[in-house]
Design a binder for this molecule. Structure first.
Ligand code: ADP
Length: 426
């Protein structure tokens, strides 16, 4: 007889005898058949949980049944036979998974061990020790190693990229610094001789005009013509010299802003004050262009803005000068968009002209350094192509924006925004 986990089981009565996979103590067992006349299954296979077996046996000796002794062992689990005992059972707990053979032998009064009988059974491994589980462990281990290697590689690549980016950024910053230093040194060196060249050209022009030209007798026509040519040459020298000086000043200014060396004097400013200042500063431009009319459009009340007044004036003057430069006739409108129509966190200024406009493909480029619309340059006082990039830098430092809307032949409108100072609405 075989007891499982200390329970007597009537194997002949187990229900699922067709498939021989009945449930015992809540677990599936299986066997090939049940030995007739005995209560033990042949080819028993047990799950890991049912690994406490008690085997009952008996030998026959009609003459002296009380002298019968038994010995048993399970191959692989026991080194040798158990001590001879009179009790006809063997109890095994925690039988490990695997195929097992229990051997039992008996001795009667003749003092000779009989041939052992053997009983084969099998304990299935728990799910975590099955082949599938080992396969899973193997795959998981490979997966983990793969993940580890991948992670390490990724980490190495990222830190390499970070190092390279940092090195690049450092080199760029150093190059920028070197460029700014070079620019400011060169510009200063150029500015001094240039100022004296322009100065002397102006003195010469004045002398020529006041002292030389009036004193050339009318019959010295050749001399007069030559003096007049010198006079207009000097004019060109002064104009071009002035343009060069402007370029140097703007380059210096831009490199100063770009390198972060400008100290911004932020204060609370009223938008209409800014516009009024800009109009006053550019009034002389309009006296030369009588066909162009200047108008303003300033709604009230308007919140104050946070700005470096001189720098924003520089932006406005630049935009107005451009508007005058590229408009032959019509009007230039300077103003502020109505705050009711926009968020209260910013004020939008605009400078609108009815001039030649900017072709679509140039719209994005006019804020880039040295970009000038080619068609605009003929017959116009030449600029530097640095005015708008400087405006853009100034506005970025103010946390503002600048953009342009334009239609070729109809005119352009430059907009820029400045952050407001809360609660200061007049
Ligand atoms: P600059 O005026 O010194 O050439 P800017 O950076 O101020 O340099 O302007 C760049 C170019 O953008 C100008 O050369 C011109 O082609 C174009 N531009 C700027 N403002 C206007 C405008 N109001 N109307 C038409 N074109 C303009």
């Amino acid at each position: 007889d075989v007891n499982i986990n200390q329970q007597f089981i009537d194997f002949h009565q187990l229900t699922d005898s067709v498939n021989r996979h009945p449930t015992v103590l809540g677990n599936k067992i299986s066997y090939d058949s049940v030995a007739s006349f005995y209560n033990y299954p042949v080819g028993l296979t047990l799950p890991y949980r049912l690994n406490h077996l008690t085997f009952f046996f008996s030998a026959l000796d009609w003459a002296a049944p009380h002298k019968i002794k038994y010995q048993y062992k399970i191959d692989g689990l026991d080194q040798q036979w158990s001590e001879p005992q009179a009790e006809p059972f063997a109890d095994y707990r925690n039988i490990p998974p695997g195929e097992h053979i229990l051997r039992i032998r008996a001795m009667s009064s003749t003092q000779k061990w009989g041939a052992p009988v053997e009983y084969r059974f099998r304990v299935r491994p728990p799910w975590w020790e099955t082949t599938a589980a080992y396969l899973f462990y193997g795959l998981s281990a490979i997966g983990l190693i793969w993940l580890g290697i991948n992670w390490r590689l990724r980490y190495m690549r990222l830190s390499y990229e970070k190092d390279t980016a940092e090195t690049k950024a450092r080199l760029a910053a150093e190059a920028n610094e070197a460029k700014s230093n070079f620019l400011s040194t060169i510009s200063h060196e150029l500015r001094t001789p240039l100022t004296s060249i322009i100065g002397f050209a102006k003195i010469n022009k004045k002398n020529l005009k006041e002292k030389v030209l009036p004193n050339i007798p009318d019959d010295h026509k050749k001399m007069k013509r030559s003096a007049q040519r010198n006079f207009s040459n000097l004019d060109i020298m002064i104009q071009e010299g002035q343009r060069l000086a402007d370029l140097i000043n703007e380059l210096l200014d831009l490199s100063k802003i770009e390198s972060g060396k400008v100290v911004w004097k932020m204060e609370s400013v009223q938008p209409n004050d800014l516009i009024q200042h800009a109009i006053n500063a550019t009034s002389s431009l309009f006296t030369q262009k009588t066909e162009v009319e200047l108008k303003t459009e300033i709604p009230s009340p308007l919140p104050s803005v946070s700005a470096d007044q001189n720098r924003i004036l520089q932006v406005l003057i630049n935009l107005i000068s451009n508007a005058v430069k590229f408009t032959e006739s019509g009007q230039i409108l300077i103003g502020v968009e109505d705050t009711k129509a926009q968020t209260e966190e910013r004020v939008t200024f605009f400078v609108q002209d009815s001039g030649m406009g900017i072709p679509k493909n140039y719209l994005d480029q006019v804020f880039e350094k040295f970009k000038q619309v080619e068609d605009h340059q003929s017959g116009k006082p030449k600029g530097t192509g640095l005015g708008l990039p400087i405006c853009k830098e100034i506005l970025e430092a103010h946390r503002g924006e600048i953009w342009v809307e334009s239609e070729e032949g109809k005119g352009s409108t430059f907009f820029f925004t400045l952050p407001t100072i809360e609660k200061e609405v007049i």
